[in-house]
Design a protein around this ligand. Structure first.
Ligand code: FAD
Ligand code: MG
Length: 353
């Protein structure tokens, strides 16, 4: 069995372009902002912050990422999510901080919005495939049909109940994994925190989630590049981003090969298997960073038609870049202005409402 694990998420590739593109303008002489590069939530992160207290603000933002990881990671035994998971099957609610309750509640809402394609109770299935245990070389495996069937009854966000003070998982063996939403949530929290330091311009790269606060200090929108899912040294398009998040989910980040087949980490909660709906990657762009992150995962599971259907009927607007396995790219009309398509070997189409 061949195993792969990419420690270089989309944002690393993007960061190169972001920096290059950001430097095309004319920032105040010599000021590149306060930059913090670090590894958290099992991915590479980079924060670029401009403002009167930029060093202080960037330090506070970094500390906030670490605080949220302590609170939300299911691989940290002392986190609130671990405490909740350890008590699965016990009907007495586990006490949780208000912000954890709010994030779980929002996540349950994202499950409803995506007809269950997004489900934070996916953890037992992730474990069965060996995902979520980075660094454990021998963790990856293809579970039997029987094993997956037995685990599917544990994947159900409705069996995760909340009170005003805590939460409970209805069945022994259930567990919560916030891997598809917590980086987006963190981005939203960081933006609020940075604003409290009077920061008006920042670019936050948290793995595959990129969030722009305001514009580049030169007044032009931040520009980001979306990676070619089939070539980590190339990019598909460059687009402006202002007061919004771009979250990308794809099967190319975390995967392993067994018996000549590739298995990736985005799981369809209906089957317990890696989603296979004709997509290579999904990028969602919207002002709501947590929902944006959840949607990029969910729409990868739903596939292009259902993704566009949700895009058309959703009251809370978002925009999409869908990269299909037939090398075509669907880009929703809200992204047309300022878009520079660069994908060699790809065709693209602008989708209208
Ligand atoms: P996304 O598409 O945003 O998320 C995919 C991830 O979401 C999967 O890896 C899985 O965890 C989960 N998922 C899969 N299918 C679904 C679904 N249908 N619905 C909902 N969720 C789904 N990884 C480690 O290996 N070790 C760690 O110690 C570790 N610590 C972490 C701590 C935190 C706080 C967070 C947020 C993540 C952590 N991760 C860890 C997870 C790792 O960062 C994830 O693989 C990563 O979040 C995947 O994000 P993505 O943006 O690439 O993909
Ligand atoms: Mg996501």
């Amino acid at each position: 069995m061949k195993r792969f694990f990419s420690f270089l998420p989309t944002a690393i590739i993007l960061a190169v372009f972001c920096l290059f593109l950001a430097s095309c303008g004319a920032p105040s002489v010599g000021d590149v902002g306060a930059i913090r590069q670090f590894f958290a939530m099992d991915t590479a992160m980079r924060l670029t912050v401009f403002g009167p207290q930029q060093e202080k603000a960037a330090d506070a933002a970094l500390a906030e990422v670490n605080r949220l990881e302590q609170l939300l990671s299911r691989t940290r035994p002392e986190s609130q999510i671990s405490l909740l998971n350890q008590r699965a099957g016990d009907p007495t609610p586990v006490g949780l901080d208000r912000e954890v309750i709010a994030l779980i509640s929002a996540s349950k809402g994202f499950s409803k919005e995506t007809c269950g394609a997004f489900d934070i109770t996916i953890a037992p299935v992730m474990d069965a495939w060996g995902f979520g245990q980075s660094g454990q070389e021998d963790a990856y495996r293809v579970p039997s049909n029987q094993k997956l069937e037995s685990l599917l009854s544990l994947v159900d966000a409705d069996k995760l109940t909340l009170t005003t003070e805590g939460g409970a998982l209805a069945e022994v063996g259930m567990a919560v994994d916030l891997g598809a939403v917590a980086k987006g949530y963190a981005a939203g929290q960081l933006i609020n925190l940075l604003k409290s330091f009077d920061v008006e311009n920042a670019l936050l790269e948290l793995g595959g989630n990129i969030t722009a606060l305001g514009t580049h200090p030169d007044g032009a929108p931040w520009k980001i590049a979306v990676r070619d899912p089939q070539d980590e040294s190339a990019y598909l398009c460059v687009l402006p981003l202002r007061d919004a998040t771009a979250s990308t989910s794809g099967g190319y980040e975390r995967f392993f090969e067994a018996g000549g087949k590739t298995y990736h980490h985005i799981i369809d909660p209906a089957t317990g298997r890696p989603a296979d709906t004709g997509l290579l990657s999904v990028t969602v762009i919207s002002p709501n960073a947590a929902r944006d992150d959840a949607l990029s995962t969910a729409l990868f599971v739903l596939g292009p038609e259902k993704a566009l259907d949700l895009w058309r009927r959703s009251e809370e607007k978002f925009e999409l870049i869908l990269v299909k396995t037939d090398d075509s790219v669907l880009i929703t009309e809200g992204l047309e202005e300022g878009l520079a398509f660069k994908g060699e070997g790809y065709t693209y189409e602008i989708i209208r409402r």
